[in-house]
Design a binder for this molecule. Sequence first.
Ligand SMILES: [Cu+2]
Length: 421
Amino acid sequence: MPEYKETNTESDKLGRRQLLRLGGLGLGAGLLSRAFGQSVPQQQAGVDRPATPWPAEFDPKGSAPPYPPRERPKPGDKIHVHDIEVTIGIHEIVPGVQTHMFMFNKSYPGPEIRVKEGDWVQVNLKNTSPEFHTIHWHGIMLPMEMDGVPLGTQWPVGPNQEFRYLWRAQPSGTHFYHCHVMTTLHQQAGLVGSLIVEPSQPDVVQKTFPYKRDYTLILSELDTNFVRNMMAEMVEMGTQMEHMNHSPSMMREMNGRMMGWFKTKEDFVKAVKNGYIPPYLASRTGTAAPITPNWFMINGKSYPMTDPVMIRRGENIRVRLIGGGVMPHFIHLHGHDFWHVCQDGAPLASPVRMNTIPIYPGTTSDIVIQGTNPGFWHLHDHSDLATTNNGQHPGGMMTMLMYEDAREAGIKWEEVIAISS
Ligand SMILES: [Cu+2]
């Protein structure tokens, strides 16, 4: 059992004095110990200690960036270059349901970025949509100027503008990226993708549960009415601007400096006094309407169009779950328990055995599934709402864990795509 080092703080000294006084009243730990027939650890009054000591190897500096975050690449350092273009495209959720969305490289979710810890990553963002965007690197310890917060760390990237992001991939683990302009709207409208930083050497997960295959599952929702209205409003705005000016120069002039901002709080207060109407005082229209998702997706698809997760008997697989939407989800696996091994990219002090794991917006959880029970098993959000397609069961955030060798294991099973139940 690891021992705590004696500290010598003021509260500690006080605690000991108080304990001595209690002892004088005949309420010492020894008496309690005899009463319960076991030893009772001595608590120091006024000192908050966990009942179970933290691991001796615990390092409070463990949350610091592995590399100095403001360092820049040295000559000769290898830089991974990614070109990412934002456009408006059409995405099919299930057959018969297509919707206009923003897209990173014409794909929803955006392409997975997978690099090794310590690698340099340069992303050339090009915006050819008629809206403003940025990219926020969620979970990455980078220089502030690369964090992608519009009017916070950078001017938003306007139509036909470009921005170059450059950062070092750290820390290792499951992360993601998304647009940070009106985050809820733009992320919901398509601008989200996974970002996997692999450790430079096998991590504790790989050592404990050797695996060859890993899967990324981005969980998200979509209110098609809301996104349709937003897109229509935006396209209309673009059309109006074309009417105003038959050359693309007007669009070229639209840049981040045209968005609503003030230099100081005083400027803002003065402007309101002089008649400026902030958006929150304007009548409730468009973007202020409540969002009611009617589609729930894994990697942009709803059941039955979700991709299955494949496994074999005796195999470990790592599944990276990403809360890329605005609602919590409760991912449940049938027929198995799994190990929760990482949270927000970092390995847990000890894996946790469970069969249903909550995934909140903005969080990532890695789980390891072990191939111990051949068959075809449901893997889905346990909230009823999220297993519907436009209000109809079954659908939504649901897929299958499928054993490739189930038939060899003697399982008889007929594949059925259930559309209505
Ligand atoms: Cu955006």
